[in-house]
Design a binder for this molecule. Sequence first.
Ligand code: F6P
Length: 322
Amino acid sequence: MKRIAVMTSGGDAPGMNAAIRAVVRTGLEYGFEVYGIRQAYAGLLAGDFNLLTSVEVSGILQRGGTILQTARNEEFKTEAGRKRGLRRLREHKIDALIVIGGNGSLKGAYELHKMGFPTIGIPGSIDNDIWGTDMSIGVDTALNTILDALDRLRDTATSHQRAFLIEVMGRNCGYLALMGGILGGAEIVITPEKEVTMEEVALALEDAYLRGKSHAIAVIAEGAPFRTTELSEYLCSKQNVGFEIRLTILGHIQRGGSPTAFDRLLATRMGVKAVEMVREGKSGSMVALNGRKMDEVPLEQAVSQLRPLSDSYFEMARFLSR
Ligand code: F6P
């Protein structure tokens, strides 16, 4: 019998609970004991391990957030911290660890693997910036939340003939902004991946106004080349934009909520696959969605680069906004 541990780390993402449930119940199916580590690497260092039963993961599939809680931890980034973490895993006689989280969290998982501890990663982050997987857990739900907000903001924008600047999350990645822009019918999308000036944004909005549009939507990634507040001030100071300007920063509302069917399925499949990988004695890999298939990619590759955005989506966003 194996004793395995699971943690959720970094920013929470809708679907993390579904993944925990799948890990626990797949583990039980294989006769493993599954321990939940509370508050990610901080909990690992504190030795906060708790045996999870089937009942404890009952009723969580549809819940946003994470029952194991999460944290960002500086100590585990140091060698001394990692050594202490490894000691804790050994003290609790854990045979393998499954880490559900974003780039920083998966880096921690990779470090443990390099120290000889069997570790598997599951990509969980609303940003969709994790290399090697088509989608990470939580992206679809966050995107649907963004679309709901865009639709609502367009209603009021149209009623007042206003332009709305809507800032979305994504850290240094423009995925949520780009997809939100394409699927929410934005006039312009601003991401960290493409250089754009505030003057160009003003011209795009003015162009929409002159073409007789009753509203304009600009979706701006939080990692954009300029701050949205700066952009808003700049546009308000220009006489020729036409529209009155309003700014909405969606913020952490994008991280909460019940996971969509897509995220529940993705998280469930990834949780099952991660335990299968542990059972096969694998380590240093991340579960990945490749087309329709559950795949494996080396953590080394996944943590050393960011997932690129396809140029064809930028092109689509440009001509569909006309
Ligand atoms: O990585 C997920 C994310 O929500 C990013 O989009 C955002 O930049 C960051 O986390 C916010 O982090 P925190 O919740 O620690 O403020």
